[in-house]
Design a protein around this ligand. Structure first.
Ligand code: CAO
Length: 576
């Protein structure tokens, strides 16, 4: 064990900066890159990550202290040589790349004002430009967690194109120009670094060189090629003249335009909201399901600190009624399930959940806690459907479609939704109205090794069984290869979760809010059914319908199930 003094890394300036938050206390175990303190200059806030692993022995600074490059921050007790990364042998002032980048942007924020960079005039009135990932301060393997546009979209300058996330922060990459998206070159889950191509943008011809230079009140970085330039996204936060955070829209005179890296550090993870909080606080809020827009910041300049999030959760737990279920996403005053050291009882292994698993778990909890569920069970006599399906097998093979019962069930649900429109709604978060949908898009739960995904069959009511069968196969293959695009998974009115290929005679699916109902399909089997004064063998399909009892009452639920069973028992009814 050695005690190491951990100093403020190179901030790229001799000026003092303020310690605005201390994120660790004596006794805490730090992993590499865990945030230790938050420093704030008059231009940006930044978290200082640990450059070594170890246990905090003493914190040497207080909130409000003015520190500089090299100021001792804390004493860290470092463990065995094996647990200390190579960086530990570097001088104490050595910085992680992210910090260096952040520091550089604090010292001299690179003015990246794409629209005001003179470029050579284009030959035609339109040209296609490649938009790439901007400088991420050296970060690599940054995950694409959201694609905010699709091919054909017309985007405005500074409109978010994709969201990238490191384990420290998330940020939107804004469009450097207005234009039309003609191709998207990355997909969800891709790991990217600076220069990775995001998309191709068709833009109007650039203005002649120098045409806009006069407008720039900050020195624009000259660029010989029309390489992608990046501006700070609208509605992210810069600190203007040391004052409170102010939404930036472009680069107003006197304001500081943050580079993407400092944006990530100062205003990570929720680019749309006017929230002043660091990445660690945002991550905590995400983990606890707290909407930061509802939290009052008590830190300097109204900054939300961890204690604010904790106090918010505490108050909601003590007064669950005050929590608006629709808005908070949690809203139940439930005690937390304790973590237990299971190794006391036998061998164990800890397995990290994938991001998809974590998101699914969060959504399941949110839906389970917010939606008052009722589940009804029924079964449909699909003997004739199965006869018909088997008759079509040869044709299905010819068409290259795997004709399972599922496309028929999707089609029947689409028809049942059209006939029972009270199931094709979403409740507004105000609780004062509902939104009726005039389209019928049906989600299908697909289990993949990475987790559960729900691609959507759009306008299922207007499609043939063949089309639906083909789409289910294509979308589930895409899901399994993690190739689903955002638009493949959005817009569902109703979801079907089929365990028909697995077994079981019934289950209670969880409503995929804001939808209000979900169908669980179990395995069909031949059963004796009392008909015409005798038992006859019939193929019976068990199914269950869970619905949000705020939107749908029991009678409607019963009628929906009965109607669905009738459609599946006699598929000719679907044509009426
Ligand atoms: N009863 C009896 N047999 C059924 C059936 C049912 N309800 N549903 C499907 N089958 C049969 C099919 O006919 C097929 O058999 P054949 O090859 O002999 O025709 C076999 O089961 C396999 O079907 P499949 O799974 O390949 O195709 P599908 O259209 O039924 O389902 C898909 C497609 C993507 C939904 C499925 O592959 C899948 O991922 N299922 C998991 C869904 C899930 O995870 N649900 C739970 C989520 S909520 O916790």
């Amino acid at each position: 064990m050695t005690a190491e003094k951990i100093n403020v890394p190179d901030l790229g300036t001799d000026d003092s900066v303020e310690v605005i938050e201390i994120l660790v206390k004596p006794g805490d175990t730090l992993k590499l890159n865990d945030s230790m303190v938050v420093l704030e200059s008059d231009k940006a806030a930044m978290e200082i990550p640990a450059t070594q692993t170890g246990v905090v022995k003493e914190v040497l600074v207080k909130v409000g202290a003015q520190v500089k490059t090299g100021t001792p921050l804390l004493i860290l007790e470092t463990g065995s040589a094996a647990s200390i990364p190579a960086a530990a042998s570097a001088p104490a002032a050595a910085t992680a790349p992210a910090v260096k980048a952040a520091a550089a942007s604090v010292a001299a924020p690179a003015p990246v004002v794409a629209a005001e960079v003179p470029v050579a005039p284009a030959a035609s009135s339109k040209s296609v430009e490649t938009i790439a990932v901007p400088d991420l301060g050296g970060a690599t393997d940054v995950e694409v967690i959201d694609i905010l546009v699709k091919v054909g979209d017309i985007v405005k300058k500074e409109q978010g194109l994709v969201t990238l996330e490191t384990d420290k922060a998330a940020m939107e990459v804004p469009s450097p120009k207005a234009g039309k998206v003609v191709a998207i070159k990355i997909k969800l889950g891709d790991k990217v670094a600076q220069g990775a191509v995001i998309l191709d943008l068709e833009v109007a011809a650039s203005a002649p060189a120098g045409a806009t230079a006069a407008k720039a009140d900050v020195p624009a970085k000259a660029s010989s090629a029309p390489a992608p330039q990046v501006v700070a996204p609208a509605n992210t936060f810069a600190l203007v003249d040391g004052g409170p955070p102010t939404p930036t829209t472009g680069a107003p005179s006197g304001s500081v335009t943050l580079s993407p890296v400092s944006v990530a550090i100062a205003a990570a993870a929720n680019p749309s909201a006017d929230i002043y909080a660091g990445p660690a606080v945002r991550m905590l809020a995400r983990q606890l399901g707290v909407d930061l827009s509802q939290v009052t910041g008590t830190g300097g300049k109204g900054r939300i600190v961890k204690e604010d999030v904790q106090a918010f959760v505490k108050s909601r737990l003590q007064n669950p009624v005050a929590a608006s279920p629709a808005a908070s996403g949690s809203g139940a005053g439930l005690p937390v399930v304790p973590d237990i050291d299971f190794s006391k009882f036998g061998a164990i292994e800890e397995v990290e959940l994938t991001k998809l698993h974590r998101v699914t778990a969060l959504n399941m909890s949110r839906n389970w806690l917010n939606v008052p569920h009722v589940t009804q069970f029924d079964e449909a006599d699909i003997t004739e459907l199965e006869n018909f399906r088997n008759e079509q097998k040869a044709l299905a093979d010819k068409k290259g479609v795997k004709l399972t019962p599922l496309p028929f069930i999707i089609k029947a649900c689409a028809k049942a939704l059209a006939e029972h429109p009270q199931f094709n709604v979403s409740l507004h978060s105000s609780g004062a109205k509902l939104i009726r949908k005039k389209y019928v898009h049906i989600g299908v739960a697909v289990a993949t090794p990475a987790g559960l995904m729900v691609p959507v069959i759009k306008n299922a009511d207007q499609k043939s069984i063949w089309q639906i069968g083909k789409e289910v196969a294509e979308l589930s293959a895409k899901a399994k290869d993690r190739k689903l695009a955002r638009e493949d998974m959005e817009g569902a009115c109703f979801t079907i979760s089929s365990l028909g290929n697995i077994g079981g005679s019934g289950f209670t699916p969880i409503v995929n809010a804001p939808e209000v109902a979900i169908l669980g399909v179990s395995k069909a089997s031949i059963k004796p059914v009392w008909k015409n004064n005798q038992f006859v063998p019939r193929t019976m399909l068990p199914f269950s319908l869970s619905y949000d009892h705020r939107a749908v009452n029991g009678v409607d639920g019963g009628m929906f199930c009965t109607y669905l069973a009738a459609l599946l028992s006699d598929i000719r009814l679907m044509m009426l």
